[in-house]
Design a protein around this ligand. Structure first.
Ligand code: F6R
Length: 606
């Protein structure tokens, strides 16, 4: 889970590499490094921490090569340190790597026996020495090919050679890699976002492919070493800029633009004139679907749980949900009659991609719900339903969650209508309600801005906290706890409220903050009973509801009154105070909001 960049140019590449690495910091930020060729030799500079530190080093000690590679790291093999930072160089080659080399221990032993001395604890250094070794005997393309064949695991690589001092080489297996084309220079990057300020002309490498980039041309080879031609895509300008604007951080921007996320998503799928949902050429006949399996990780998985409730209510199709890292290794009988839906903001999550790959190999029907439409998951699935949220930069997913839920809800409504499981009147009513969602989100955002900072203070000194909900509010409780954990590093548990008496109630003690999600729905009375049990044991309750008339307890610490809405829309509204709560607790704790410790935006390793 790292970011890589490579540039071959006719002018110094350092400042463009630094700028691109800053964009890639969402993929890893525990160390950074750069290598260029200066006076015929590899010049490597590395540091721990952020790209800013690397920039300071380069400011004092510039490196003015015409080609270079750069890396931001998220440690997998070896602690974050200067020596483990990439690039990893020998006299002859320098390598940046995103992925994991699974047979690195065994390769390292062999290379050590041949006299190579390893400096780092990384798996990447074996690639450096393998290449160095093969280059003694073979030409460039053959040496690369032999090296790649020796490696097990996943990688996206950027490589510089002392001997071939006008090219940067890229290669991929399992981890994403894009090639960009500019005036008198060409690029390599973990994604198109890293190259955005330099070009919108992009080619994506597929697994097993290699590219050789110089300042005036790019050659591609397939896994059989045969030269191939690849399509150049012109990427559209994003509808939303990936800049913070007046916001303090990306996360507050992304939370606050969720009404726009919802508006754009609804606009893309709902035909305003005909009051109809358009799924464009959805290739699967909903009548023929026997079962739907929804798969994702983390926040994306939480959107799958909400979708289970919607699909079960609106259709007769049996629904299963699965965490991608579990699904990919289970002994499951995949069926051609089922639809497998993969949910991923980045579209690059290694576990989700592997789960999709398993489905592809078994030739079953696949669909993806993604934000990054050029991603590996989008490109590999039979059909893509984009969420149209625009770039999400904050590591903690916020607006993409709203977008994922929305697309899944829209899909459930449409499938239900096609299968005639809801009446046309109900169908139209659901569409009318959908169109009200952006305004309801805006109203909720405005309402929460003033209340949440005060509530956040209660979480600072507490031992932990709990988030409880039933039905559609249960996944939102999980999401609220996840957001608080990842942003503020405080322990938080999300639970279905009905499960409390089966164990977690033992955790409730005087002053423990407990967030209760109790919208006006069929579970309301039950959830309120669970809330009373918490209050009776001294829990500090933060009640979030749109049914204030029926609440009679005086011992509620805070009550947040959500706007009235259709029951199926409450997960969208309930999510907002929880995102803001996590945000404000993290702010009070002075945490790095956009880049929480130990986490990265795009989890491209297992
Ligand atoms: C949490 C978060 C993660 C991601 C998960 C899947 O805020 O962002 O839990 O949701 O890593 O990522 P994607 O959606 O890119 O597959």
């Amino acid at each position: 889970m790292c970011g890589i960049i490579g540039i071959a140019s006719n002018k110094s590449v350092t400042s463009n590499i630094i700028n691109s690495l800053k964009k890639l910091e969402y993929r890893g930020y525990d160390s950074a490094g750069i290598a260029t060729i200066v006076n015929g030799n590899i010049d490597e500079k590395k540091c721990t921490g952020r790209v800013d530190n690397l920039e300071k080093i380069l400011f004092k000690n510039p490196s003015k090569g015409l080609l270079g590679i750069g890396h931001v790291r998220w440690a997998t093999h070896g602690i974050p340190s200067q020596v483990n930072a990439h690039p990893h160089s020998s006299e002859e080659v320098s390598v940046v790597h995103n992925g994991i080399i699974e047979n690195s221990n065994e390769l390292k032993k062999k290379l050590e026996q041949s006299g190579y001395k390893f400096k780092s604890q990384t798996d990447t250094e074996v690639i450096t020495f393998l290449l160095t070794d093969f280059l003694k005997e073979f030409d460039l393309v053959e040496a690369i090919n032999k090296t790649l064949k020796t490696l097990n695991g996943s990688f996206a690589l950027g490589i510089l050679f002392k001997k071939y001092d006008n090219i940067v080489v890229g290669a991929r297996r399992g981890s994403p890699l894009a090639v960009g084309y500019g005036p008198q220079e060409n690029y390599l990057g973990s994604d198109s976002y890293a190259l955005k300020s330099m070009t919108n002309k992009i080619t994506y490498l597929e697994d097993g492919e290699v590219c050789i980039i110089s300042n005036n041309k790019v050659d591609f080879y397939n896994s059989k070493n045969i030269k191939i031609n690849k399509k150049i895509l012109t990427l559209s300008n994003d509808k939303y800029t990936a800049e913070k604007g007046d916001y303090k951080d990306f996360m507050s921007k992304e939370i606050n633009e969720q009404n726009i996320t919802a508006k754009n998503c609804v606009k893309e799928y709902v035909d305003q004139l005909r009051k109809d949902i358009n799924l464009y050429n959805f290739p699967i006949q909903p009548k023929d679907i026997q079962k739907i399996i929804l798969i994702g990780c983390g926040t994306a998985y939480h959107s799958c749980i909400t979708a289970k409730y919607w699909f079960e209510e609106l259709t007769n199709i049996p629904i299963e949900i699965d965490i991608a890292s579990e699904f990919r290794y289970r002994k499951i009988k995949l069926s051609k009659k089922n639809l497998y839906i993969f949910v991923s903001q980045s579209g690059e999550t290694a576990d989700t991609f592997a789960a999709l790959d398993l489905c592809k190999k078994n030739k079953v029907k696949t669909c993806s719900v993604v934000n990054a439409v050029e991603s590996s998951i989008a490109r590999s699935s039979d059909f893509v339903l984009p969420i149209h949220a625009g770039p999400e930069i904050g590591v903690a997913s916020t607006k993409a969650f709203i977008g994922q839920m929305l697309v899944l809800y829209i899909l459930a409504i449409k499938i239900s209508q096609i299968r005639k499981e809801i009446s046309e009147t109900e169908y139209e009513k659901k569409i009318i309600d959908l169109k009200k969602l952006p305004d309801l989100i805006k109203k909720t955002l405005n309402y929460c801005q003033n209340n949440i900072p005060t509530i956040a203070k209660d979480f600072l000194k507490a031992k932990g906290s709990m988030f409880l909900g039933r039905g559609l509010s249960f996944p939102i409780a999980l999401e609220g706890a996840l957001k608080l954990k990842e942003l503020s590093y405080l322990h938080a548990e999300g639970y279905p409220a009905g499960e409390m008496k089966h164990g977690p109630l033992a955790l409730i003690e005087e002053g423990l903050p407990v967030v209760i999600l109790a919208p006006k729905d069929r579970y309301f009375e039950k959830t309120i009973s669970n809330m009373q049990e918490v209050i009776a044991r001294g829990g500090k309750v933060i009640l979030i509801t749109n049914e204030t008339k029926k609440i009679i307890s005086e011992n509620i610490r805070f009550t947040l009154e959500m706007p009235e809405s259709n029951e199926n829309l409450t997960p969208f509204l309930m999510t907002i105070p929880l995102q803001l709560l996590a945000y404000h607790v993290a702010l009070l704790k002075n945490c790095d909001i956009d880049k929480p410790r130990n986490l990265a935006k795009s989890v491209t390793v297992e």
